[in-house]
Ligand binder design. Structure first.
Ligand code: AMP
Ligand code: ZN
Length: 115
């Protein structure tokens, strides 16, 4: 069993503010939000990063993106950002694949966060 924070959240060994869950994906609030709405869309399977994807992960990645889209709609987000940090040099601190869903700014504010 992998000793990993997000695996432990997926297994309910560590609490998190879960907003959605199915057999493949869990979504919970980021503990240090960088936007008014900041959720993490996480596969239950331990995959280290986008850089570690294999061919048979295609369906999981697709499910993550669709779950993010549906969660954004549930939160009435007009626009949002979806971010995968990949590797330390890409800002990834937790080595379990996760998609940041960021939104809820008032109009114009997101513009200033563009990279
Ligand atoms: P990254 O830098 O892409 O690896 O993002 C990791 C994210 O996980 C950061 O935005 C953290 O604030 C968030 N995080 C760390 N620990 C927890 C936790 N226990 N529950 C929810 N989010 C967390
Ligand atoms: Zn993990």
């Amino acid at each position: 069993m992998v000793d990993c924070l997000f695996c432990k959240i997926a297994r309910k060994e560590i609490p998190a503010a879960v907003t959605y869950e199915d057999e493949t994906v869990i979504i919970f609030k980021d503990i240090q939000p960088k936007a008014p709405v900041h959720l993490l869309v996480v596969p239950k399977e331990h995959i280290e990063s986008i850089g570690h994807l294999k061919g048979d992960h295609r369906e999981i990645v697709s499910k993550i993106i669709f779950a993010a889209k549906e969660e954004a709609a549930k939160n009435n987000l007009k626009g949002y950002k979806l971010v995968f940090n990949v590797g330390r040099a890409g800002g990834q601190l937790i080595d379990h694949l996760h998609l940041h869903l960021l939104g809820g700014w008032t109009e114009g504010v997101a513009q200033s966060l563009n990279v």
